[in-house]
Design a binder for this molecule. Structure first.
Ligand code: 6GU
Length: 305
């Protein structure tokens, strides 16, 4: 997977060289290039923003600079660029991330979906609607973190995006970016997505990009040391339950004991206990997830709960 990130603070993404993300780059699973938007400016001040049309506080990121950058990263025709008589943009002379490696396409299985009834809520249950676009793997996806978006990015989006070969993140700052930027790229047939990561305002899209990137890339085959840890996770697939509680040794610690059944060595009972706990916790903490369960993932004992 090839990942381009555009930001006025590209150093923000130096942390991506650490931990599992750094290892995934070393293994060639992902190739990350963090770009400075100012490298596509032509003026001495390298300005990327301007005052809002119609008045108001703050500054808005200019469409021309973004477009020069994004046209290049998307490999779009330079037809719309007004370059005559202008300086060579600063980035032509600059070196970005030096890590290079083979991109690896990843495949995500598609599902056939049929609506069924949710036996817990009793409602008609819309089947989980992850239908992976099998052609998406070859198309770049342009992602703009944006707090003024609903719904926020979910595990389903992460799964979907983990099937793409090329992701480009455009991190806005200040009061955001000119609204015509995503409109324009959509009009050019680009897969453009705008995501919020929650109902709060951050100073810019950098942290949101890091959050989304981590959620997406850890789903790539070979990213995690133990792939089973992804299979059993909360929010995954049509079986999106919160996970059961976890314990390690000692069996009793400061007067608190782990449930006896987990020490019984009876795997069937352990599985049932964990499954019941997952259903109970989900009903209590996130009843909305129960409403959205893919009913086919429920067994007979679940239905008695
Ligand atoms: Cl995607 N961006 C910003 N600036 N703030 C946010 C956000 C994104 N999601 C939640 N808050």
């Amino acid at each position: 997977m090839h990942i381009d990130i555009v930001s006025v603070f590209p150093e923000y993404f130096d942390v991506l060289n650490l931990s599992l993300f750094g290892k995934a780059q070393d293994k060639g699973l992902i190739e990350v290039h963090s770009h400075n938007l100012r490298d596509w400016t032509h003026d001495v001040h390298h300005s990327v923003d301007d005052t809002p049309v119609g008045g108001g506080a703050g500054m808005v990121m200019k469409p021309e600079v973004w477009a020069e950058c994004l046209d290049e990263l998307l490999g779009l025709d330079a037809m719309n660029q007004q370059v005559s008589g202008q300086d060579v943009p600063a980035h032509k002379n600059s070196v970005t991330d030096s890590r290079t490696s083979e991109s690896q396409p990843s495949t995500v299985a598609s599902q056939t979906e049929k609506p069924t009834e949710n036996p817990i809520s009793g409602d008609s249950c819309p089947a989980s609607s992850v239908v992976h676009d099998e052609t998406m793997g070859n198309r770049p996806v342009l992602i703009f973190p944006n707090p003024i978006r609903s719904p926020s990015s979910t595990q389903r989006d992460a799964t979907d995006l983990s099937g793409a070969r090329h992701l480009i993140f455009g991190c806005g700052r200040y009061e955001g970016y000119d609204a015509r930027i995503p409109d324009y790229y959509r009009s050019q047939g680009i897969d453009v997505r705008e995501y919020s990561i929650g109902d709060y305002v951050l100073n810019g899209g950098e942290v949101a990009t890091s959050v989304m990137l981590e959620a997406i890339t850890r789903l790539l085959p070979g990213f995690m040391g133990n792939p089973d840890s992804i299979v059993e996770e909360s929010y995954t697939g049509g079986n999106a339950l919160l996970e059961h509680r976890q314990y390690t040794r000692p069996a009793t610690w400061r007067g608190l004991s782990v449930p006896d059944i987990l020490l019984s060595g009876d795997h069937g009972k352990v599985d049932r206990f964990r499954r019941d706990e997952a259903l109970q916790r989900t009903s209590q903490i996130r009843p909305d997830l129960i409403e959205r369960l893919d009913c086919r993932s429920l067994d007979k004992a679940d239905r008695k709960m």
